[in-house]
Design a protein around this ligand. Structure first.
Ligand SMILES: [Zn+2]
Length: 275
């Protein structure tokens, strides 16, 4: 599943190229997770002003209204002057004066939604529960994070994954940051020491910023809107490494199930006895 860094990498790969473009045609393939919300032809003639991101939603501000895009489980975007004819897994094609924006999504959990703006009730429903933005220093303030952790009694791994406190720390990154900080994934969020909470805040910022810098994670088949793929997967230290030796202490990495997801961790480096 594309995580926040991949979505941010995607945004950066086409935001400036599409800014100012006028929509000339919109073609839909098979149904996505939700209907578009307007007739495709209603978008023709509108202009793309900018591309922003909130959580894993890409927000294309138009001169009238906004398009919300989500990559779902398997989606990827391309933006290019020319693209081949729509394939069986291409479900949204937006032709503009500056190129074609195409959503390729074999599993079709992705979505494109036309709304009036961020205040539109459909947008509000999707955006209002989202936590702080880890790549935005103004949003992700350390004191708010520490206070937020104190309100949650669930395991820290689950709190990170839920995205209500901070967005974008998906399964891979949650495993990696907890390892970096030496925090056992089952520790209740409210039981973290202030030193641990500070380390965790810093590790989230560092890990996500680094992943963006390196083009996102391509554990599956992610590539950005210009067709470039990322490299973070070669750098995981615990994720996907069950049974392999920890790079710090040589203890075999273990896996446990939390909230239907696999959590990889080092039982020694992330021992509950440490703080
Ligand atoms: Zn270790």
């Amino acid at each position: 599943m594309p995580e926040l860094p991949e979505v941010e990498v995607t945004r950066r790969s086409f935001a400036s190229a599409i800014a100012g473009a006028c929509i000339t045609d919109v073609q839909l393939g098979k149904p996505l997770r939700w209907p578009l919300g307007c007739a495709p032809q209603d978008l023709v003639g509108r202009r793309v002003q900018q591309v922003r991101r909130r959580g894993k939603y890409l927000l294309l501000d138009l001169d009238r209204g906004m398009l919300m895009l989500h990559l779902g489980m398997s989606g990827s975007l391309r933006f290019a002057p020319q693209l081949p004819a729509l394939g069986p897994h291409d479900h949204f094609d937006m032709h503009t004066s500056q190129g074609i924006l195409r959503l390729h999504d074999p599993r079709r959990f992705g979505a494109v939604l036309a709304v009036d703006g961020e205040d539109d009730p459909r947008a509000q429903k999707l955006l209002s529960g989202l936590g702080m933005e880890p790549l935005d220093a103004q949003s992700f303030r350390v004191e708010d994070f520490v206070r937020g952790l104190q309100r949650h009694r669930s395991p820290i791994k689950s709190v990170l994954l839920a995205g209500k406190l901070v967005v974008g720390v998906g399964n891979i990154y949650a495993c990696e940051v907890l390892f970096t900080c030496g925090i056992h994934p089952s520790t209740p969020a409210c039981a973290l020491s202030s030193a641990q909470a500070l380390r965790l805040h810093a590790a989230i910022v560092d890990t996500l910023a680094q992943a963006v810098q390196r083009g996102g994670t391509t554990l599956r088949d992610f590539s950005d809107a210009a067709g470039q793929s990322g490299h973070f997967q070669t750098e995981t230290r615990v994720y996907g490494r069950q049974g392999q030796r920890c790079g710090v202490c040589a203890t075999p990495i273990q896996v446990l199930r939390q909230a239907q997801r696999s959590t990889y961790f080092c039982p020694l480096c992330q021992s509950t006895a440490r703080s």
